[in-house]
Design a protein around this ligand. Structure first.
Ligand code: SF4
Length: 461
């Protein structure tokens, strides 16, 4: 419980450090700054015979569009639309393997299906993908390998038969997008996931042996503490293995469907911080451990153990156990992160199909990025030290990259003084920058200070 004085302080900070326009830092640099043009030949030459440990498949189709959504998706009233898509996915997959060499998929530890709504695929389609694609992927260790899938929790789409099929095909982790159970909120964002329906899905998935992850969202239209508290109570009754609490970003100028959400219904920055604090209190009271700034996990979760050893890192999947998780993505709009390169596949289905028909690796021309040395230094500070560990060991960074931390980041250290005065960071130890408890709720602001694409600074060594 926070007292009146604390509340006033939080309100002041929330108004000053609103999270609007501050990236989630799923990558650094963020994709709007990917700028180095990498052509297909460079991609193939750089990654020939490269072993990707993690493979991502993108399935774009959803039955309907949720108004808050920022994912790459296409609406299809009939799942048969996936038939054509699967044919192209297979063709892309075989062509890429042919060009990179079949060893590229010899050491796979994790396969993930995302979207869109991969569970919108029919059972026949799922089996077909499995036969045509998965036979060619060699998992390093079947028992330790993880196969995960994102799901829209609606029993009409995610039937028990489909759940069982997925489990029989080796999927062992399912992420259910609940967001918030409140009916008014769901109606406003065009979703319909009833509590009882989700309860049954969770209990069936657990009975089969799935690890169940739940995605919640704060900052949604008409969402206040009562709504989020009720949703979290229901989620706690379901006893998931992991919860990701994402923040809703309202950018109606970029995402036209968000114009259907009244801007006046979006909670202000102060309420958003209170929602994040409420979630933390409730999950901590029920034995969950906070990982990074938006994940809650149980003690036996690999992410929890890794967080204790400071071995997690912010990435495209939220947080992952590895220092750096490289992956190869297939499908329209899929992203790959290989070596020092980020690559984005073509988003438009029509253009993606054309590129695959031409036997090309369907890379989007202006959406790739080769990390520079400077990017790698800042990537480490932003995604690892600040957003994952909540502190920066200056000497570790200095040693790894052969720099003098205080010289290299002299402008940033100057900018941080204001955040220190506001109690968000503690820099009294000359070897460390610590994120304070209050600073955890504004941690993206702290990371943002080190973002050299947003804050172009004159000189760097
Ligand atoms: S189901 Fe998921 S991907 Fe599809 S529109 Fe809704 S939030 Fe977006």
């Amino acid at each position: 419980m926070v007292d009146q004085h604390e509340l006033l302080k939080i309100e002041h900070l929330a108004r000053k450090y609103s999270e609007v326009n501050i990236p989630l830092y799923l990558s650094y640099p963020t994709s709007n700054f990917w700028e180095n043009l990498v052509d297909e030949e460079m991609f193939v030459n750089t990654h020939r015979n490269y072993c990707a440990p993690f493979i991502y498949f993108h399935f774009p189709y959803c039955e309907k569009a949720c108004y808050y959504c920022m994912c790459y998706k296409s609406v299809a009233s009939d799942p048969r639309h996936n038939d054509v898509y699967i044919t192209y996915l297979e063709k892309e997959f075989l062509n890429t393997l042919g060009r990179l060499g079949h060893d590229a998929l010899n050491q796979v530890r994790h396969i993930h299906w995302g979207g869109g709504t991969p569970t919108y695929l029919t059972c026949d389609q799922i089996e077909k993908i499995h036969q045509k694609i998965f036979g060619k992927i060699k998992l390093v260790d079947h028992r330790a390998a993880s196969k995960s899938i994102e799901a829209y929790p609606d029993e009409k789409i995610l039937t028990n038969e489909k759940l069982k099929l997925l489990f029989d095909l080796g999927f062992n982790e399912i992420s259910l997008g609940i967001q918030d159970f409140d009916e008014r909120i769901q109606k406003t964002i065009n979703r319909n996931c009833g509590r009882e329906n989700v309860f049954r899905i969770v209990s069936n998935a657990k009975a089969l042996g799935f690890r169940v992850h739940v995605d919640l969202c704060y900052g949604l239209p008409f969402q206040g503490q009562n709504e989020l508290e009720k949703t979290i109570r229901e989620v706690l009754r379901m006893d998931p293995d992991r919860v990701a609490l994402f923040t809703y970003a309202h950018y109606p100028n970029i995402f036209p469907l968000q114009r259907k959400i009244p801007s006046s219904s979006i909670p202000n920055s102060f309420i958003r911080v209170l929602l994040a604090m409420l979630a933390e209190e409730m999950f901590s009271d029920h034995g969950f451990r906070k990982v990074g700034y938006d994940h809650y996990v149980k003690a036996n979760d690999p992410l929890c153990k890794a967080a204790e050893k400071k071995q997690v890192i912010r990435d495209f999947m939220g947080y992952s156990v590895h220092e750096k998780r490289e992956f190869m993505g297939f499908g329209n709009a899929a992203i790959s992160y290989l070596g020092d390169g980020f690559y984005h596949n073509i988003q438009s289905l029509k253009k993606y199909y054309k590129a695959v028909d031409d036997n090309r690796i369907p890379l989007e021309k202006n959406l790739s990025h080769m990390l520079t040395r400077e990017d790698r230094i800042r990537n480490k500070v932003i995604q690892k030290s600040i957003l994952s560990d909540f502190n920066v060991h200056k000497e570790d960074i200095a040693k790894e990259f052969a720099i003098s931390f205080d010289d290299h980041f002299r402008f940033e250290l100057k900018d941080l003084i204001q955040l220190e005065n506001d109690g968000l960071v503690d820099m009294r130890d000359p070897h460390m920058i610590r994120v304070t408890r209050a600073g955890e709720y504004f941690v993206r602001h702290i990371a943002h200070v080190f973002d050299n694409y947003y804050n172009r600074r004159e000189s760097l060594n």
